[in-house]
Design a protein around this ligand. Structure first.
Ligand code: G
Ligand code: MN
Length: 252
């Protein structure tokens, strides 16, 4: 029964990708020094034709377990390019960040998908950024290294997502071409109550600066958190304090 239910959801997801039921939402990433949006993270949302909201925490792992992560990835890249186009039409020329999973990274088609999407839309790589988790990086350092160098050659920037939560060494920080660390929201959530979280957050910021990496704090929800980050030299933030992920029309 369980098996059947999963297959059923998988079939629905396949249909959702084919029939464009998924929607792309964008969450602003803000520079505190200018008050401007520096970039947006593109996040997929699925509302079924029956109006049921299915969480990405359910359908992304499902896509990763099946082959659906590949058509999903292609959908995401193309949809991100559509959104970049639409924002340019509204006089906003910004970078969109997309999340890439481990299985996509080990797939050679990924690079071509990204190249083709940018070409089709006549967009420079400077409009795109990718987010990878630590676990993706340690799986296959050599393969990832080649891929990241190619992407950065195109002007695409690379962020480490959920930084500090993966079981990995820091070796990849010096071995891989990376632009930015995104401090996981689990460290930000209990600021200013939790002393350990504040120390860890401050240490990640300091390390990023020493390594000449940009640093973004995720999951920023309160003014106290904004102030703490500012006082500790982290000026790029993302979270509900500024905005939830919203439809692309709401970004301008
Ligand atoms: O793992 P990643 O950082 O890509 O996860 C992004 C997810 O985090 C999105 O689903 C988004 O809705 C959620 N998110 C973004 N900002 C906040 C926030 O301020 N608080 C909480 N709890 N979740 C957030
Ligand atoms: Mn992310």
């Amino acid at each position: 029964k369980q098996h059947f239910a999963i297959n059923e959801l998988e079939n629905q997801l396949r249909k959702a990708i084919d029939e464009n039921q998924l929607k792309l939402f964008l969450q602003p990433i803000v520079d505190l020094t200018t008050g401007k949006i520096v970039k947006c993270e593109a996040l997929a949302r699925w509302i079924t034709p029956e109006g049921k909201f299915i969480s990405p925490e359910v359908f992304i792992p499902l896509a990763e377990k099946s082959e659906l992560i590949f058509p999903f990835g292609e959908w995401l890249i193309n949809e991100a390019c559509n959104a970049i186009d639409a924002l340019k039409g509204a006089n906003l020329d910004i970078r969109l960040a997309i999340n890439i999973s481990g299985r996509q990274v080990s797939d050679l088609a990924l690079l071509n998908q990204i190249k083709n999407a940018l070409e089709d839309h006549q967009l420079p790589g400077s409009n795109l950024s990718i987010e990878l988790t630590e676990s993706v990086l340690v799986e296959s350092l050599d393969v990832v290294s080649v891929l990241l160098n190619e992407l950065r050659g195109m002007g695409i920037t690379v962020s480490i997502d959920d930084f500090g939560t993966g079981f990995s060494s820091l070796v990849y920080l010096k071995k891989l071409p990376i632009d930015e660390l995104k401090i996981d929201r689990s460290f930000v959530k209990d600021i200013p109550e939790d002393d350990n979280d504040m120390e860890i957050t401050a240490a990640i910021i300091a390390m990023a600066q020493k390594l000449k990496l940009d640093v973004v704090a995720e999951g920023v929800e309160t003014i106290e958190q904004v102030e703490f980050l500012q006082n500790n030299n982290c000026f790029i933030v993302q979270g509900y304090y500024f905005s939830k992920p919203v439809a692309e029309d709401d970004i301008p």
